[in-house]
Design a protein around this ligand. Structure first.
Ligand code: ADP
Ligand code: ZN
Ligand code: ZN
Length: 733
């Protein structure tokens, strides 16, 4: 009889830890997925029971007992716990960290998974200064008040961090009228029938898509819903979800980071008058915990969220949707480097439910799965509301020199569309004023002292800023090498904004990039000014390319397509093509036809000519052939071992040793390349290098990694570097 507990603990170790059960709770009364307090070194840690064991490698005398369980109910059901274990194994990441990533913050520190949480906030009287001041020597009370002042509200987890006697202090403050208790409740359970607002009549391809998804409702099937922007994909999701909700089941909808806007949530909320569980990193811990509970209890039939929502607990799962499945924000780029899109498929398969991946620009991986017959293709060939697809043309920058980033044909086109009453979107994937501060006298360029990179000029903030490490410094008046005046060279969105104001005086203008919308709510305000038609010209980065509907936009100008044309990463051209097509898709979504101009110095580049003349599918077919020839995914599987250190030598020494270790393990069918320095070798003061492991398929690579990592972990060289493993990397460096 298994009498021991194998527990996952949030620590960077690729293993479980064995404990005896806590006093009074024999092992067989504890369900996997339940949380426990356990002694861990000298501290107390929260752990999750993963499995029960009959014996341990730890000598019986050294086995410690868990302290207590936290809540009677498991926080993960079996299928979800098994998915997490699978993911830890697949991505070769410490299981404790994987489990922590799947839990809302408060549950990692022992908050109750079931009860409605209590929150506390400063009382109105306290906020308006209507109370006698606290004794200056009542440090604990004052500390608690200032903790509450700095946030809207706080719960047990936050307050417990202040003092072990926090409950006493809190009661004292409540007694004196400083603090009030908040009790948050979920929306009341809806009636058994869900009143659903009516959507538009579906067109034939939409109907076919909804029918195909509906037919697969009790088995795993993956669908690729491929349709240009505005073709009605979201409408298909809504209709497929409607069926699931009517069956009393739940749908999980994943969206990219930036696309989870209030409008999207509003569109779902309007269609389904049921509690929506919204899981998003910008929500408070409390909001996320409530959403998590509503998903887990089944009270929320629709769960919508960004990357980590793929781990949302679901009482009655019926469908998983991944919108904009090509989006790179689905891949976590640090720590537990999982792909939410890929895990969504694994999860759907394990649950025997359908998964729908949607995109106007599907990833090459997904297109290849369709070609192999593993995914079913659902196509929406036309724009739903009858809008015509935009015309795309290239502006040859060698013939039409750009002044301040704008070539004459582009300027004329902007004027024409403004005159016709349209809105114009200008896309440039470079924020700041100018990408370089340059000395014409000696050729000096302001460098980042910590990276192999140049500093970007941010005129408005009067700063030079490194876009790689965040380093900031004042803009020097003169060249640091020869003392002559230095000047900004090249274009960033800030400068384009200035140029547009000069070229089109009096035309209302808005800029959308990370700098312009840093203030909370700023993005929403600007989007509203665009939607209302007040803004006529908008300039922005990547942020504009995703998810937004700008029905009034009739012209899109891509100011510089060339940055991505010669990227060294094997995904560079795919990313560029997706971005261009996505930005272009913002044009002409309503009645007015759209036009797209792409400024380039390489108008004969096959990527651009394919996109301009025959579209994304044609580009993708050619790009897949290139991948096949070069042996890149999806035709191979790769993993990257990265290392960085304050000096170059330890990083390379570690990777050399890691490479040598490969000889001693079973690595049949796996090719190891490197070590190679990153193209930008130094970033944030660290030298970076990597090894690449590649195999024809996933099996040999997984077997090799399973042997390799335990040997790497114990290398003495490993202690001198920061290293990580990235399975199915989104980027090579
Ligand atoms: P996508 O998700 O592919 O960008 P949406 O589902 O958002 O497309 O649809 C784009 C616009 O067309 C929306 O305003 C939507 O309400 C509308 N629409 C979608 N399907 C239809 C339809 N069958 N008939 C009329 N309008 C539709
Ligand atoms: Zn100089
Ligand atoms: Zn830097």
């Amino acid at each position: 009889m298994p009498s021991l507990l194998a527990v996952a603990i949030d620590a960077p170790l690729r293993r479980l830890f064995d404990y005896r059960p806590p006093a009074g709770s024999p092992a067989d009364t504890l369900e996997p997925g339940v949380r426990l307090w356990v002694p861990f070194g000298r501290r107390r840690a929260m752990g999750v029971l993963v499995e029960r064991r009959a014996q341990s490698e730890i000598p019986a005398a050294r086995l410690r007992s868990a302290i207590a369980t936290i809540g009677a109910e498991p926080v993960f059901d079996r299928p979800l716990l098994e998915l997490l274990v699978w993911a830890a194994d697949y991505y070769r990441h410490p299981i404790g960290e994987v489990i922590a990533a799947a839990l809302p913050g408060p549950l990692r520190t022992g908050a109750d998974a079931d009860a409605t949480t209590l929150r506390w906030a400063l009382s109105v009287a306290a906020r308006t200064g209507g109370l006698p001041p606290l004794n200056p020597r009542a440090h604990r009370l004052r500390e608690m008040v200032s903790a509450l002042e700095s946030r809207r509200d706080a719960g047990e987890a936050e307050l417990a961090a202040l003092s072990p006697r926090w409950r006493d202090h809190l009661r004292e403050l409540e007694r004196r009228g400083w603090v009030t208790e908040l009790r948050l409740e979920l929306p009341k359970s809806p009636a058994t029938t869900y009143p659903v607002a009516r959507g538009p009549e579906l067109n034939a391809p939409q109907q076919a898509a909804v029918a195909a998804i509906g037919e697969a409702s009790d088995r795993f099937q993956q669908f690729l819903l491929h349709g240009v922007t505005g073709s009605g994909k979201t409408e298909v999701y809504l209709r497929a979800i409607e069926r699931i909700v009517e069956q009393g089941r739940q749908a999980l909808v994943l969206v990219p980071e930036i696309a989870l806007t209030p409008q999207l949530v509003a569109r779902f909320a309007e269609r389904f008058r049921v509690p929506l569980a919204v899981l998003h990193s910008s929500r408070t811990d409390l909001e996320r915990l409530d959403a998590w509970r509503a998903a887990r209890s089944g009270e929320a039939p629709v769960v919508i969220g960004t990357r980590s929502a793929v781990f949302a607990p679901l009482a009655r799962p019926g469908l998983i949707v991944v919108d904009e499945e090509h989006d790179s924000s689905y891949k976590q780029q640090e720590g537990f480097r999982y792909s939410a899109r890929d895990l969504a498929l694994v999860r759907a398969q394990r649950l025997s439910i359908p998964a729908v991946l949607g995109s106007a620009t599907p990833s090459l991986e997904s297109l290849e799965r369709v070609r192999e017959g593993r995914a079913s293709l659902l196509t929406l060939p036309e724009r739903a509301a009858g809008a015509r697809p935009p015309t795309v043309s290239l502006v040859d920058l060698r013939r039409h020199a750009a002044t301040q980033g704008m070539a004459t044909p582009s300027v004329l086109a902007v004027q024409r569309h403004l005159d016709a009453g349209g809105q114009v979107l200008l896309y440039l994937n470079r924020r700041g004023y100018a990408p370089t501060l340059f000395c014409p006298a000696c050729g000096w360029v302001a460098p980042c002292p910590r990276c192999d990179a140049r500093l970007t000029v941010h005129q408005r903030d009067r700063l030079l800023r490194c876009h790689h490490c965040g380093k900031e410094q004042a803009i020097p008046e003169t060249c640091q090498q020869c003392g002559q005046p230095a000047k900004p060279v090249g274009q960033g969105t800030e400068r384009i904004e200035e140029t547009l104001a000069q070229l089109f005086p009096g035309v209302p203008l808005a800029r959308i990039d990370r700098d312009a919308v840093r203030r909370r709510g700023a993005l929403e305000e600007t989007l509203e000014r665009i939607r209302s038609g007040e803004v006529r010209l908008l300039v922005g980065t990547q942020m504009l390319a995703k998810g937004h509907h700008f029905p009034g936009v009739t012209l899109v100008v891509v100011l510089n397509a060339d940055q991505g044309l010669f990227g060294i990463d094997f995904r560079a051209s795919e990313r560029l093509a997706q971005t261009i097509v996505q930005v272009a898709g913002r044009a002409g979504r309503a009645e007015r036809p759209g036009e797209v101009l792409i400024q380039t110095e390489y108008p004969a580049h096959p990527l651009l000519t394919r996109l301009a003349t025959s579209g994304y599918d044609d580009f993708a077919a050619a790009a897949l052939e290139e991948r096949r020839t070069a042996g890149w995914p999806p035709f191979t599987r790769i993993a990257v071992l990265r290392a960085e250190a304050a000096r170059r030598e330890p990083a390379h020494a570690f990777l050399e040793r890691a490479r040598a270790v490969v000889q001693e393990i079973s690595a049949a069918g796996v090719e190891v390349l490197g070590p190679a320095a990153a193209p930008m070798e130094r970033r944030g003061g660290h030298y970076r290098a990597q090894l690449l492991a590649r195999a024809a398929s996933h099996g040999p690579l997984q077997r090799m990694l399973a042997d390799w990592l335990p040997s790497i972990e114990v290398l003495p060289e490993a202690r001198r570097v920061r290293w990580s493993i990235d399975v199915d990397p989104a980027e090579l460096f």
